[in-house]
Design a protein around this ligand. Sequence first.
Ligand SMILES: CC(C)(COP(=O)(O)OP(=O)(O)OC[C@H]1O[C@@H](n2cnc3c(N)ncnc32)[C@H](O)[C@@H]1OP(=O)(O)O)[C@@H](O)C(=O)NCCC(=O)NCCS
Length: 182
Amino acid sequence: MTDINWTIEQPTLDANGIRLRPWRESDIDQVTAACQDAAIQRWTTVPVPYLRDHAVDFVESMAIEQWSDHSGALFCVASPDDRVLGSCGLVSVDAENLVAEVGYWVSAEARGAGVAQRSVKALAAWALGDGGMDRLEIYIEPANLASCRVAEQVGCVREGVLSSKALARGKRVDLVLYAMVP
Ligand SMILES: CC(C)(COP(=O)(O)OP(=O)(O)OC[C@H]1O[C@@H](n2cnc3c(N)ncnc32)[C@H](O)[C@@H]1OP(=O)(O)O)[C@@H](O)C(=O)NCCC(=O)NCCS
């Protein structure tokens, strides 16, 4: 356990017409379908091939365990009629330094409507407020222009390019580091 003072129940966050809410069992099939998308598989760390069991583990174990041990805050981005539009959350929370990484994807059908920008803004407002973080980071491959645009539009500062920072699908890649502080 850490000194982070999160509520027992994961909150629901308003995101300007959409909501960030805890994951539910009824989301599993929508997550499985969304994660078949080539862009999600290319730019995020979801398992490939993405199986229903991965979504079961994500929703029923990872999201709940990470919230309770303060290692992550994984939210479902939901439409007003409660369909899954995407995923947005804190991953790799460094509780000692109060720094967390932000990760997100939006289902292919929901892209281009500001879903990612609204979600990251709402997540960041919570994370840098009640969530107790002092710094948020987003790591993005330079060719992922849509994601770089999201980071810029939500007010992150581009701090630089980290050479050969990660191994992505068996290849070493550079990552652009974006950061947000209160
Ligand atoms: C990146 C992603 C989350 C964006 O979701 P979204 O809901 O469509 O994003 P938004 O609509 O909030 O904003 C996207 C911005 O990128 C711009 N954009 C989209 N495609 C672009 C491209 N190929 N080149 C440059 N800009 C692009 C849009 O015009 C928009 O900017 P604007 O508001 O100035 O017009 C979505 O494309 C996705 O899920 N990609 C795969 C997973 C991923 O890359 N996750 C992030 C890993 S770091």
